[in-house]
Ligand binder design. Structure first.
Ligand code: FNR
Length: 183
């Protein structure tokens, strides 16, 4: 059966490297996987007072996550952690208490940055959040990419030198989603 992956990008920037990495992953996935980028740039700042009356954008995000077979987090690193916009999306769709959209959804975490540790610090902060949200998250291999000139072409393909490495991750991720969705 067709598998639908909700892609959450931890960057709002139009020319985001992480958005390009997400496209490159979709290019390497089998045809029975579809990747849909979910919007997080129009969510309100999370406020617990709104739990009983969530904004349409929050309800939309929760519906999209609920309809997905798995989630792919492709995140930038800001000041050695995850960008606030990503944490805000995680918080918004985790509530009201007991009605989290994330629970049980299998996940993968990857990222690209300009720095040499390639979002490793951000990803190490994201993992315990996903564990708390009860998302079984692929542990290995890890994907920490430092951007280099020509890493992504304008059609969203990754450079030849990194393609095999990323393909290895995609194969594991695809198997992970299938294991956790039983299809
Ligand atoms: C950064 N950047 C950055 N890079 C890194 O490797 N470690 C870090 O801690 C930070 N911190 C940081 C903070 C802020 C506020 C900004 C704007 C940037 C640089 C970052 O890797 C670079 O801007 C990437 O291009 C961000 O990812 P996107 O937006 O291209 O997906």
């Amino acid at each position: 059966a067709q598998k639908k992956i909700a892609v959450v990008i931890g960057s709002l920037r139009k020319d985001s490297l992480n958005r390009k990495l997400a496209l490159a992953i979709a290019h390497l996935a089998p045809e029975d996987f579809t990747f849909e980028h979910v919007r997080i740039d129009d969510l309100p700042l999370y406020n617990q007072d709104d739990d009983g009356n969530q904004a349409p954008s929050v309800r939309r995000l929760k519906t999209e996550i609920a309809a997905a077979d798995g989630v792919l987090f492709v995140t930038a690193e800001y000041n050695r952690s995850i960008p606030g916009v990503l944490k805000n999306a995680l918080d918004n769709a985790s509530r009201p208490y007991g009605q989290s959209a994330w629970a049980g959804k299998p996940a993968g975490v990857v990222g690209v940055s300009v720095g040499p540790i390639g979002t490793a610090a951000a990803q190490q902060h994201l993992r315990p959040i996903l564990a708390y949200l009860d998302m079984p998250t692929l542990a290995q291999p890890e994907v920490y990419i430092q951007n280099k000139e020509g890493m992504f072409d304008d059609k969203g393909h990754i450079a030849e030198g990194s393609k095999q490495f990323l393909q290895g991750w995609v194969d594991k991720y695809v198997a992970w989603i299938k294991t956790h969705t039983g299809k």
